[in-house]
Ligand binder design. Structure first.
Ligand code: ATP
Ligand code: PLP
Ligand code: MG
Ligand code: NA
Ligand code: MG
Length: 269
């Protein structure tokens, strides 16, 4: 037993670099969680590079692993990290086949206690177009009705500004408590940030179950410190940070994961 939780984390593994489990497992461990990773794929590197090689775990292979755990009574997890972040797509493009959207909508979302979509995923799951804060808040309300009591739209771009919108419906049928965090957009494209963000939101919201705004402030603070370090390191190495997606400096940011300094505050609606 652990006083924080045991997390079963079903995500991608990359040999080099930090996306999926590579960006989620280490921070959760630093926050004191036991984390058991299942690697849904094992790729040489993330798919933003010119090429990648590797294997995909099929449904039977996933079932085998779960059956092995079950046969030894080892399925005593407090959290499953995968239903949280739908990882369906971004920037107007789907990573998953269009046919899977309704599977997420009908089967996966109702099982999740917390959902952390980006703008595009929130649009796909609700059918709304999100062009304003009001639209974001309405999307959260629709997603609550589908199941999850906690929803964090991790990034909405409105007029060059990044906006996070959080929403906690403390009881079914009640009006959700909503907040926003305004984030200065760093002019670069990072990979692994969504997976890291979701892991941190899980880690902190489990420690502060009634303060989703505080959990989001802590997660955003870690992200901002880590992204600044990443940008600085690339610039110092003489690299143009706008030229391709940057690998995050995860290990170098462990102090910012353990003890984030909150600079961006959540504003309650
Ligand atoms: P996913 O694509 O994995 O479903 P996502 O698209 O929401 O998730 P990101 O857009 O990468 O993931 O954002 C996650 C968090 O990372 C944001 O809430 C923000 O704090 C931070 N972030 C990502 N990119 C930037 C950026 N360019 N400038 C500032 N913060 C950023
Ligand atoms: N998993 C794999 C294998 C990827 O290649 C990527 C992005 O390239 C991701 C996950 C998602 O990364 P992010 O957290 O930035 O959405
Ligand atoms: Mg994104
Ligand atoms: Na997200
Ligand atoms: Mg992601």
């Amino acid at each position: 037993p652990s006083d924080t939780g045991r997390v079963l984390s079903i995500q991608s593994h990359t040999v080099q670099g930090y996306v999926g489990n590579k960006s989620a497992v280490f921070p959760l461990q630093l926050l004191g969680y036991d984390v058991d990773p299942i690697n849904s794929v094992q790729f040489s590197n993330h798919t933003g590079y010119p090429t990648f090689k590797g294997q995909v775990l099929n449904g039977q292979q996933l079932c085998d692993l779960i059956e092995g755990l079950e046969a030894n009574d080892l399925l005593f997890y407090t959290h499953v990290l995968t239903v949280c972040d739908p990882v369906m797509g971004d920037e107007g493009k789907l990573y998953v086949p269009e046919e899977l959207v309704h599977v997420y909508r009908e089967k996966v979302v109702p099982l999740a206690s917390m959902l952390t979509p980006n703008q595009f995923e929130a649009e796909k799951l609700t059918g709304l177009r999100i062009n304003s804060e009001e639209d974001g808040r309405e999307a959260c309300a629709i997603l609550h009705a589908a199941g999850p009591s906690k929803v964090v739209i991790t990034s909405i771009t409105i007029g060059g500004i990044l906006l996070l919108i959080g929403s906690h419906q403390k009881e079914k049928g009640l009006k959700p408590e909503q907040f926003k965090i305004l984030i200065h957009k760093i002019p670069a494209y990072f990979t692994g940030t969504g997976d890291l963000m979701t892991a941190l939101l899980l880690g902190w919201s489990n420690k502060y179950p009634d303060n989703l705004d505080k959990a989001a402030e802590l997660a955003v603070s870690t992200l901002q410190a880590l992204l600044r370090r990443t940008l600085d390191d690339y610039k110092r190495a003489g690299y143009d940070p706008t030229s391709s997606s940057l690998e995050i400096r995860l290990i170098q940011s462990q102090e910012d994961i353990r003890n984030p300094k909150v600079e961006l505050k959540a504003e309650r609606y």
